[in-house]
Design a protein around this ligand. Structure first.
Ligand code: SF4
Ligand code: SF4
Length: 170
């Protein structure tokens, strides 16, 4: 049961406003989830549920939701939505809103970039790549240890890594 007693009716305007397209037309069909690669992430992004939280004004739930940081900005959801909602713009808006609300909210994606050069770990990626004849690990920085160390050294100079160094390990 959703408790709407503390719902913030203006949340959708704070998060994305007109950029979200016809967000009030969303009828939770889930087509956006079906075409979303981040729905396969280790922490799956279920974009329909993110859009629902925005629409219902569920501020606390939205602030705690780390899944928008799993989005890989492919834009599939924008192409697939039959109701002229702009789900990707909702996701980008949620990210901005979360950081504005709580700048100590370090997204998991930042930690993952620091550790591997990827924005997120995709659980089945190696298996899927192998099944279509690709190398298990794509030729990203994680394949080149020396470059990865240089990349980490560069990131260590950023404020976010300095401030939250306990999250970033060695
Ligand atoms: S595809 Fe569009 S209408 Fe369907 S759940 Fe996603 S945002 Fe809502
Ligand atoms: S833009 Fe983001 S939310 Fe939309 S389908 Fe791609 S990964 Fe999923």
């Amino acid at each position: 049961m959703i408790d709407l007693s503390k719902a913030n009716k203006k949340l959708w305007q704070e998060v994305c406003g007109k950029e979200a397209g016809d967000i009030w037309n969303c009828f939770a069909c889930g087509t956006c989830v079906g075409g979303c690669p981040a729905a396969e992430a280790e922490t799956p992004l279920l974009i329909r549920s993110v859009v629902r939280k925005v629409l219902f004004g569920l501020e606390d739930e939205l602030l705690e939701d780390a899944t928008p940081w799993m989005c890989v900005t492919c834009n599939n959801c924008e192409e697939f939505c039959p109701m002229n909602v702009h789900p990707f713009q909702v996701i980008v808006g949620v990210r901005r809103w979360q950081v504005r609300k709580d700048d100590s909210n370090v997204p998991g994606a930042v930690v993952e970039i620091y550790k591997s050069g990827h924005t997120q770990a995709v659980g089945k990626a190696k298996e899927l790549r192998a099944s279509v004849g690709l190398e298990e690990v794509p030729p990203a920085i994680v394949k080149f240890p020396e470059l990865l160390e240089k990349f980490k050294a560069m990131l260590k100079e950023t404020e976010i890594v300095k401030e939250y160094d306990y999250m970033f390990g060695g």
